[in-house]
Design a protein around this ligand. Structure first.
Ligand SMILES: Cc1cc2nc3c(=O)[nH]c(=O)nc-3n(C[C@H](O)[C@H](O)[C@H](O)COP(=O)(O)OP(=O)(O)OC[C@H]3O[C@@H](n4cnc5c(N)ncnc54)[C@H](O)[C@@H]3O)c2cc1C
Length: 403
């Protein structure tokens, strides 16, 4: 059965979208269709990101109706991609490819990203450029219709699984740092890309250091203008904070659900003090969930703003408090760590493993995707309108900055 929009139908109405979802479900029974095939059909029908253009997984429909489409698919038990393995692709690469990629880029990359056939990673952080991303030193030098890239990236989640990366480089060291950067799509299988594991406090190596030596990237894989990489990176970072802090959770989902479950199942561990602490965190988690819901609705109306920073900040604090209380509740039992062997997860998840794992992994939440201090700075300046931090390096060429 065809899932193409019937001629003359207004694709942006709830009625049309509901009917299109039902047609797709009738043609591809989610219970018996392999996930990649189902997701491919969903993409081809324009029901992946409905606000994307026709041919790029969308219908040019109002973004506000995306949730309706998602809910219909969820109710039918349709597959979705694993947010651990595909979080960077879906949350950061896709919106950046849409905003800055030409039609050819979108045609080449968006479908396999959406179906999960290609994993993405993010080559932003460097040993000397994390919070101050605009200080980065990885060089890209033009060579005909290619660029030659040399440098080192660090903390690159899932680089060992990824086929593609979003990459920010320095292309002009003679201008102030924000102005001399250029953004690319990097083939992680290209000669000169070397991925080395970095082991975390949890024992596993979810992230890596990545060495780029003479890596050749076609100019066709540039996103945005030469020297305009900061603007492209800002789009990615704003989406990153929403992706980390604002993804949909059911009530009592995620870490608070695990903690509440232990509380119900283990009456012998309960004390009045722990009860108070649990209730307070339950309320905070519910407030964070509803704030995330509002954020998604605001997002439906346009690009993410600084609100995503507040959501990411709250998510990190809550995860650390909840995983801390889980250990307190379990006492000595909570300190047992089952397995500290070296692991390379194909799909990192906060919800896996033991309470000890969750406690250690949650520490990274206030660092990854922008540290809590940086997010507080963004909220102070862009939401509360407080005076800006003094930036003495604003008008100095990058090559003259002390390093
Ligand atoms: C689990 C995990 C996964 C990650 N995955 C990726 C990835 O896939 N790709 C990627 O590119 N990066 C990734 N990162 C890196 C992460 O984005 C950086 O670690 C982060 O941006 C902080 O940079 P930094 O480590 O260089 O710390 P620094 O920037 O050196 O900061 C050190 C401390 O100083 C504070 N600080 C710095 N500047 C200011 C300021 N102006 N005001 C107040 N305080 C300040 C910071 O908040 C922090 O507490 C990951 C990190 C973690 C923990």
């Amino acid at each position: 059965m065809s899932t193409a929009p019937p001629a003359g139908t207004p694709t942006g109405t709830p009625e049309y979208l509901r009917a299109a979802v039902q047609r797709l479900l009738a043609a591809h029974d989610p219970a018996h269709t392999p996930a990649a095939e189902f997701l491919g059909a969903r993409y081809d029908a324009g029901l992946a990101w409905i606000h994307f253009p026709v041919g790029s997984g969308g219908l040019g429909a109002p973004r506000a109706l995306q949730q309706l489409v998602n809910d219909e698919f969820t109710a039918a038990g349709a597959p979705v991609l694993d947010s651990g393995r595909h979080g960077i692709g879906l949350g950061m690469a896709a919106p950046t490819l849409l905003a800055f990629g030409d039609e050819e880029i979108r045609r080449r990359f968006l479908r396999p990203l959406w179906t999960g056939e290609e994993v993405w990673c993010q080559l932003f952080s460097e040993p000397g450029a994390g919070s101050d991303l605009a200080a980065l030193a990885t060089r890209a030098v033009r060579d005909g219709d290619h660029w030659v890239v040399d440098g080192q990236k660090v903390w690159t989640s899932l680089a060992h699984e990824a086929q593609w990366a979003i990459l920010v480089t320095r292309t002009d060291p003679n201008v102030p740092k924000h102005r001399g950067m250029t953004y690319f799509i990097c083939d992680m299988t290209a000669p000169g890309v070397e991925v080395r594991p970095l082991r975390q406090a949890t024992g596993e190596a979810e992230f890596n250091e990545v060495f780029l030596t003479g890596v050749r990237i076609p100019d066709a894989h540039r996103l945005g203008a030469v020297g305009d990489g900061w603007r492209v990176a800002t789009t990615t970072l704003m989406n990153e904070r929403v992706a980390i802090g604002g993804h949909a959770e059911p009530r009592e989902g995620g870490l608070i659900g695990l903690l509440a479950g232990t509380w119900r199942e283990r009456p012998e561990l309960r004390t009045p003090g722990l009860h108070d602490a649990l209730l307070r965190l339950w309320v905070d988690a519910e407030a964070a969930r509803l704030t995330g819901e509002r954020l998604r609705q605001q997002l439906a109306a346009g690009q993410p703003g600084p609100e995503g920073s507040a959501a990411k900040l709250a998510f990190a604090r809550l995860n650390q408090q909840i995983s801390g209380l889980e250990l307190e509740l379990l006492g000595e039992e909570g300190l047992l760590y089952d397995d500290w062997t070296f692991r390379r997860p194909a799909s990192p998840s906060m919800l896996q493993g033991t309470p000890g794992y969750r406690y250690l992994r949650a520490k990274g939440n206030s660092i990854e995707g922008g540290t809590s201090e940086i997010l507080r700075g963004i909220i102070a300046e862009r939401v509360l309108g407080l005076p800006q931090e003094i930036r003495v390096d604003k008008d100095v060429a990058w090559k003259d900055l002390p390093r």
